[in-house]
Design a protein around this ligand. Structure first.
Ligand code: PLP
Length: 497
């Protein structure tokens, strides 16, 4: 299996090269040259495996340059109860008849990003060895909260790597800030920027492409790599849990062989739902992929009209990990839907960066509406949904997952579709305690973050994840706050360049 670039189909690299490079030189994203197929027997076999073995099975189809031993080294280290609080790794909760919550947040940082960021460091170091890259890998991350912490946990003390995370001083939740400031590990660094997320991100991008920095990195035997979802190594682990969920529902007699399901995904960068699309095209029977957005509803409009237009107001919401106007993984979907037409992709994504807008062809519009259904909801609806699920089913969900549930309810009301449905649950409710507690108890609370967690535990009867409970007593290790103009100097100094 080789990988092409969405902006140049003649680029052809192995998975190890795609994973170490992160993004193709001309700015395109790496895409496998074909989608491997699963048989009914494969799906049945998957149901009997452990999660680590399910992952290894799926990876063996995509990472064909990895040996079995290399794949198992990665999966056995990433997907064990050493890192996850449940044996099943991706836990299925039954919400109500025919509707299942795929809980993807039992990892060390309590968000679904762990599903990929627990394994990415193993993929990266294994890939680097395979292509005889004799360099230390430096991961630079700009984060608005979840990715930074998940990347830190994934890369901490991984030999041959170091990681430096920048976050906006006032742009993350108190819990997210504590999570990062108390990070353990000998190869990690965390720094706040006096600015917003865009400032962090622009700074990181500028450093990535700075030729001076690159030269001194090289002279010191180091290179940069990316832990963002543009990296194929972050996307492929996400395909696994959709296949895993289907196989498990089949094994448990919840669905019959060949029976279609819907999959609902609360979406930001389009990585998670793209993984569901891959699972479907590998052979998992799927009816609709339901794309749920918050009030930053650029994707809902796109699915409904075929026009992608980021020229709109940006809103900060109670589901901050979905506050995004440029969904980078859409590029991979459109590459596939245009029959891998790199010229069209260059045109559309060129327009996106120059005008902030592009419109797809009628053919692609038809494909979009055949495969996807898009909807959105605002903060009030999100909180009302948390409240009603809590009242009706004694189930407490986080703000992102609630967006998915609300959009799914709208879908059912509009279409009358009764197909069994899996909803991707992307974060622990404890990670967004303030909004969840307000929704559950019906009013704002003036408790501090830890007292809110205790109160929520009392009301929800759900165990508090150890990783969040421990935060209260952990010492803070990182307190640097810098001006955005000093980001480059900070990186050079920290890396000893
Ligand atoms: C990142 C994130 C999302 C959005 O996922 P994408 O892959 O960017 O679409 C949704 N919910 C939570 C909790 C997240 O951290």
């Amino acid at each position: 299996m080789f990988y092409n670039s969405t902006r140049n189909s003649s680029v052809k690299v192995t998975s190890a090269e795609a994973i170490t490079q992160g993004i193709s030189a001309e700015g395109g994203l790496f895409v496998p040259e074909e989608i491997p197929q699963l048989s009914q027997a494969d799906i049945e076999a998957v149901g009997a495996m452990s999660y680590a073995d399910r992952a290894a099975f799926v990876f063996s189809k995509y990472l064909t340059d990895f040996t079995d031993a290399e794949i198992h080294y990665c999966t056995d280290n990433a997907y064990s109860t050493k890192n996850f609080e449940t044996e099943s790794i991706a836990e299925i909760a039954h919400l109500f008849e025919g509707t299942y919550m795929l809980e993807l947040w039992h990892g060390p940082t309590c968000a679904f990003k762990d599903m990929a960021l627990q394994i990415l460091p193993y993929f990266l170091t294994t890939s680097a060895k395979k292509i005889k890259l004799d360099k230390k890998i430096v991961i630079l991350v700009a984060t608005s909260g979840d990715t930074g912490k998940a990347a830190l946990e994934g890369f901490k003390d991984v030999e041959g790597t170091s990681i430096l995370v920048f976050y906006p001083e006032d742009g993350v939740s108190p819990m997210q800030k504590r999570q990062m400031k108390t990070q353990e590990g000998s190869n990690v660094g965390v720094c706040a920027i006096k600015g917003n997320f865009d400032d962090c991100q622009n700074g990181v991008k500028a450093i990535f492409t700075d030729s001076d920095v690159k030269a001194s990195l090289e002279a010191n035997g180091k290179m940069f790599s990316s832990a963002n979802s543009i990296n194929w190594g972050r996307l492929v682990p996400q395909i696994v849990y959709y296949i895993s969920a289907y196989a498990e529902l089949l094994r448990d007699g919840e669905i019959k062989a060949g029976e279609k399901i819907n999959i609902v995904v609360p979406t930001g960068n389009f990585g998670n739902i793209l993984a569901a699309y891959y699972a479907k095209h590998m052979g998992i029977p799927v009816n609709k992929l339901i794309c749920a957005s918050n009030i930053n509803n650029v994707l809902t409009d796109f699915i409904n009209t075929g026009v992608y237009d980021r020229n709109r107001k940006f809103f900060a919401t109670v589901s901050p990990s979905m506050d995004i106007l440029i969904s980078s993984n859409l590029e991979r979907l459109l590459y596939l839907m245009t029959g891998r037409d790199d010229a069209v992709i260059r045109d559309w994504f060129g327009k996106l960066s120059s005008e902030g807008k592009y419109e797809v062809t009628d053919d692609v519009k038809a494909k979009l509406s055949e495969e996807f259904w898009g909807g959105f909801c605002d903060d009030e609806e999100t909180k009302a949904t948390i409240h009603s699920i809590y009242e009706k089913y004694s189930y407490t969900c986080d703000t992102h997952t609630a967006v998915a549930v609300k959009v799914y309810n709208d879908y059912k009301a509009q279409t009358g579709d009764t197909t069994k449905t899996v909803i991707a649950s992307t974060a622990s409710p404890y990670k967004f305690s303030a909004a969840v507690l307000e929704a559950v108890s019906g009013g704002k609370s003036d408790l501090d973050e830890y007292a809110m967690i205790d109160k929520l535990a009392e009301l929800s009867n759900m165990p508090v994840p150890a990783a969040l409970a421990d935060l209260k007593t952990k010492p803070e290790r990182f307190s640097d706050v810098i001006e955005k103009a000093d980001q480059k100097d900070y990186v050079l100094r920290t890396l000893g360049l």
